[in-house]
Design a protein around this ligand. Structure first.
Ligand SMILES: *[C@@H]1O[C@H](CO)[C@@H](O)[C@H](O)[C@H]1NC(C)=O
Ligand SMILES: *[C@@H]1O[C@H](CO)[C@@H](O)[C@H](O)[C@H]1NC(C)=O
Ligand SMILES: *[C@@H]1O[C@H](CO)[C@@H](O)[C@H](O)[C@H]1NC(C)=O
Ligand SMILES: *[C@@H]1O[C@H](CO)[C@@H](O)[C@H](O)[C@H]1NC(C)=O
Length: 197
């Protein structure tokens, strides 16, 4: 019997690692809270909900990563004076990492905020009670991506026009294939676990 226990434990371990990695990457709690909070705010303004956009998520993560070592001050994040936003010289590289470029992101909006501990109610207020609220109250935006690192959380809004879709022509196929791959791999592990139990 001991012989059969090992592969079962092994596949359980492997699948829990796979699944936990996946959920850590896609669903930080703070990000989910903010997503719900922003859509409730949109609802209160009689605007349609923003749908999640994977590429915008990826880009929000990259931007959060650039900000993460900067402290929160009264001139950063939602307190930034318009026109003094930090410019990253590697912006095109960051877009590139998410298979994006300036032509499909130009109309989007990138909104970083800095809140110690990412306290959900304070984070949401930083979006709904700052200059950013004008973007949240804009019907041209239809999609959203959220990324966070340390005290920084970044929202990227997308449009349904080619200039702000955050969806490159060439990426759809690769995205689908990786999704099918992940699904296949999960099913294989699930079936393996059931069989061994
Ligand atoms: C920001 O904080 C500094 C001190 O840290 C203060 O001198 C300045 O007046 C503040 N600016 C605003 C706009 O609150
Ligand atoms: C944004 O968050 C900071 C904490 O970093 C807080 O001091 C500030 O009051 C918040 N701004 C708004 C508009 O809620
Ligand atoms: C949202 O936008 C509409 C029209 O653009 C405006 O009438 C309304 O006052 C705005 N609401 C908020 C909370 O900004
Ligand atoms: C951006 O990507 C699109 C297709 O994904 C391509 O047609 C376009 O030429 C690219 N633009 C730039 C500036 O690289």
């Amino acid at each position: 019997m001991a012989l059969f226990r090992f592969p079962m434990l092994f596949t359980l371990l492997l699948s829990s690692i796979l699944f936990s990695n996946h959920s850590v990457k896609c669903d930080h709690d703070e990000e989910d809270d903010l997503y719900q909070g922003i859509n409730n705010y949109r609802k209160s303004l009689n605007l349609i909900s923003l749908t999640k956009n994977e590429n915008a998520n990826c880009f929000a993560d990259e931007i959060a990563d650039q900000f993460k070592n900067q402290p929160c001050t009264n001139t950063t994040g939602a307190n930034t004076v318009p026109g003094t936003e930090p410019r990253f010289s590697n912006y095109p590289d960051l877009l590139n990492k998410c298979h994006l470029n300036i032509s499909n992101t130009r109309d989007g909006s990138v909104m970083p905020v800095c809140v110690p501990g990412l306290v959900p109610s304070v984070v949401l207020a930083n979006f709904t009670q700052s200059l950013y609220s004008a973007n949240l109250n804009d019907s041209k935006f239809t999609g959203i991506g959220i990324g966070s690192e340390d005290n920084w959380i970044v929202v990227v809004l997308t449009t349904n026009t080619p200039e702000g879709s955050f969806v490159p022509e060439t990426f759809n196929g690769a995205n689908l294939i990786s999704k099918i791959g992940l699904f296949y791999c999960s099913m294989l592990l699930l079936v393996g676990n059931l069989f061994l139990l």
